[in-house]
Ligand binder design. Structure first.
Ligand SMILES: NC(=O)c1ccc[n+]([C@@H]2O[C@H](COP(=O)([O-])OP(=O)(O)OC[C@H]3O[C@@H](n4cnc5c(N)ncnc54)[C@H](O)[C@@H]3O)[C@@H](O)[C@H]2O)c1
Ligand SMILES: [Zn+2]
Length: 466
């Protein structure tokens, strides 16, 4: 039996994490017993380039070269030399270019995402409290002024990502929303994606992808206001550009490849599980999918069925999903549902889907995930596209410390205070005493000037008379 975080006696592999270097520390997993029926390949066998130097050079060039540099990268990397800012007339024309059933589906998804975000906004409250007589304190939720939404578009046209970022910023009350997405061929951003961006509430849309898109929104190029915060998923170049720009500009998170953990007991259907794993592996060759169960026969059946599902995908999706499964897929046998839950908490997956009895037990027990999907009738694909909760979620175990994109990322929770009599005496005395204990005489004097017998106007009058 394997006791993490050491080594599995069954398969003699360390209980290690599949991706980034910041995962190099071994994980703290409670004493759970697990057996790997399929494990990920060692990272060394998978390779992977360090892109941070490339991004640093590009950002430096974009900082100096502005719009000309952005156009140059768009041309060289994405073959785009058309207009960068989408003209209003082109946006209006998209309505006629998108098939009615797709427009209807986008409208349905947008309504769910918008309404969920509005419900979230209603929970972010301002308040005012008179903590003691004369001491009034408060909190306000103030939206940022300008947002830059990155909408990925290299491999797939991520219609849903446009809705997730833009509609959520809109629900938060952000006044200026810029969105960018790379061109897909000579036609630029596909009409359905433009339609979704405009419907969700983008004020300006830029035909720019990758580092140049992120930098243009941060700098405020092509007639956009400089973004206060950059949000949205993207590939490794996009994530690294956001990470390097963070500080002067805010970011939602540093997103790595999407991941899924699927938990099931013997009430689940193996073919449905196999398709759910295949679907999320479709995101890309670096997207891990993990399956844990307490039923050995179910695990064996899922292992048998996944390759058959992969074979049914069209290319190039099949190749990417097959690599993800072969390199990163894991099938893990646990000895109890408690062990499955502990395993899930330690993996802290972006998407966590439970297809097991007693969903209430799982919802109460599980503590580390970006978004939780309960029951066999639910699928992560619903959440990815149309259900309502945001699909921009923490990857790479970041679900240990944060949730995903929400209206809160666009709101600044700020505070205010006002002091007056009769609070002043105690407040000034406490402040002065603490300040002197800290060695900060100036702070003590500033506090004591608020006492009734030394208020500024009285002193000023005395000085003028003298
Ligand atoms: N977690 C989520 O919510 C979610 C949702 C949708 C998509 N995603 C992720 O978004 C990503 C989309 O990636 P993508 O590549 O398809 O599209 P993308 O739009 O993120 O990136 C495309 C851009 O990358 C740049 N680029 C590509 N190769 C480059 C190079 N060698 N040097 C410099 N720049 C280069 C190009 O400028 C191009 O425009 C995937 O990783 C996917 O998993 C995540
Ligand atoms: Zn997905």
């Amino acid at each position: 039996m394997y006791r993490s975080p050491l080594v599995s006696p069954f398969v003699n592999i360390p209980f290690r994490w599949v991706k980034p270097s910041f995962w190099s520390r071994s994980c703290e997993v409670p004493a759970v017993t697990v057996e790997f029926l399929k494990s990920a390949r060692p990272a060394a066998a998978r390779g992977g380039a360090d892109i941070s130097d490339t991004v640093r050079l590009m950002l430096a060039r974009l900082a100096g070269g502005g719009e000309a540099a952005a156009r140059d990268y768009a041309c060289r990397l994405d073959g785009w030399s058309g207009p960068v800012a989408v003209p209003a007339a082109a946006l209006r024309a998209t309505g006629a270019q998108v098939p009615p059933d797709l427009k209807q589906a986008i409208g349905y998804a947008h309504e769910n995402i918008r309404r969920f975000a509005e419900a979230q906004r209603a929970t972010a409250l301002d308040f005012e409290i008179e903590l003691r007589p004369g001491l009034t304190l408060g909190q306000r939720q103030i939206p940022v002024n300008a947002v830059g939404c990155y909408v990925p578009g290299g491999r797939y046209a991520h219609i849903a990502s446009a809705l997730m970022s833009i509609a959520t910023a809109r629900a938060a009350g952000v006044p200026h929303i810029t969105a960018c997405s790379p061109p897909r061929g000579a036609a630029g951003i596909p009409p359905a994606l433009l339609y979704a961006m405009a419907l969700a509430g983008a004020d300006r849309i830029l035909v720019l992808g990758g580092v140049q898109g992120v930098a243009a929104m941060a700098q405020g190029l092509f007639g956009t206001p400089p973004a206060d915060i950059l949000v949205g998923p993207g590939n490794a170049y996009v994530a690294e550009a956001k990470r390097q720009l963070f500080g002067p500009v805010g970011i939602d998170m540093v997103a790595g490849p999407t991941d899924l953990m699927l938990l099931a007991d013997n009430s689940a259907d193996p073919l449905t599980l196999a398709w759910d794993l295949t679907a999320q592996a479709e995101h890309g060759a670096t997207s891990p999918v993990w399956f844990a169960t307490d039923d050995r026969a179910l695990a064996r059946e899922v292992l048998r069925l996944v390759p058959a599902c992969l074979a049914e995908l069209p290319e190039p999706n099949a190749a990417a999903a097959r690599t993800a499964w072969e390199d990163l897929g894991e099938v893990i046998l646990c000895d109890s549902r408690e062990a499955m839950a502990a395993l899930a908490d330690s993996y802290a997956p972006e998407h966590l889907h439970v297809q097991a009895r007693d969903p209430g037990w799982w919802r109460a027990r599980l503590t580390a995930y970006g978004s939780l999907f309960l029951g066999a009738e639910t699928t992560v694909a619903f959440g990815d596209k149309a259900a309502g909760p945001n699909h921009v979620l923490p990857t790479g175990r970041a679900a240990r410390y944060t949730g995903g994109l929400s209206v809160h990322k666009f709101l600044k929770t700020v505070t205010w205070q006002r002091a007056a009599d009769p609070a002043l005496a105690a407040l000034a005395q406490a402040t002065a005493t603490i300040s002197r204990a800290e060695g900060m005489e100036g702070h003590a004097r500033s506090a004591e000037r608020r006492l009734a017998n030394s208020l500024a106007p009285v002193k000023l009058a005395a000085h003028q008379e003298g």
